[in-house]
Design a protein around this ligand. Sequence first.
Ligand code: SF4
Length: 243
Amino acid sequence: MKSAAATHSVIEALTHQHPNADTELHYRNAFELLVATMLSAQSTDAGVNKVTPSLLAKFPDARALAVAPAAEVEALIHATGFFRQKAKSLTGMSRALVERHGGEVPRTMEALVKLPGVGRKTANVVLGHALGVPGLPVDRHVLRVSHRLGIADSDDPERVEQQLTGALPPGLWTRASDTLILHGRRVCKPEPLCEECAVTDACEFYVEASREGKPDPPPSAGTKRRKPAGASPRKKALARRRR
Ligand code: SF4
C-alpha cells in the first residue's frame, strides 16, 4: 500500500482532475442533508433530489418529521426505493433528534451513529459537508478506486476510512472522498476509462495491467477482476516505450 505522502500526492492530482467534486445532494442545512443522505441508499442522488423538495416542504424539520404519518412519508419518498424502511428510519431518526438533541443534528460521529438508520458513511457526509467537521465517507466508489490506486487495502469501509484519514490531513478528508466518488462515477468505473485518468502512473491496477508478459490485471480487493476499457494498458505502455 502507498505511503501517506504518495496517497496525498495521488489525491492532489485527482482533485485537479475533478476541481468541483462535491456532494450532488441538494440541501440547505444539516437536517436536510441527513434526510437526503438516508434516502440515497440504493438510490441515485438525482432521484433523491427529486423527492426531497416536497418531503421537506411538508415536514421541514425534525419536530415535524418525528410525528409525520408513515403513509404520507412513504408516498413522498416512494420513488427512492425501500420506502417503508426509509420512512421508518426517517421518523425514528427525527424522534431521536427531538428527544436527545433538542431537534438539532449533533456534531459528533458518536452521537450521529446512535440515531436510527444512520451509519458512519451517512454521519461522515453530514459532518463533512454541513457541519464543518472533517469526515471521510467511504462508499463503493471510494472502495473501488482506492483499492485500484493502492491507497487502501481492506474490504471493510471503516478500515479504509482509517487508512485514508491516517494518510491525509483532516482538511482534505471530505474533499478526498468527494473526489474519489466522482472519479469512480466518471472515470474509474467498474470498467475503468484509464485513458481519461490523470493518475495512471501512480495506479497499481494500471501499472500491473501494463506489465509486459502479465496476462491479466490483478484483482482489486472488493472489485471484480476487470481489464481497463479501451486500448489495453499493456498496449499503451508498449506504445509509450516505442515513442
Ligand atoms: S488508471 Fe484506470 S484503474 Fe487506475 S485509477 Fe485511473 S481509471 Fe482507475
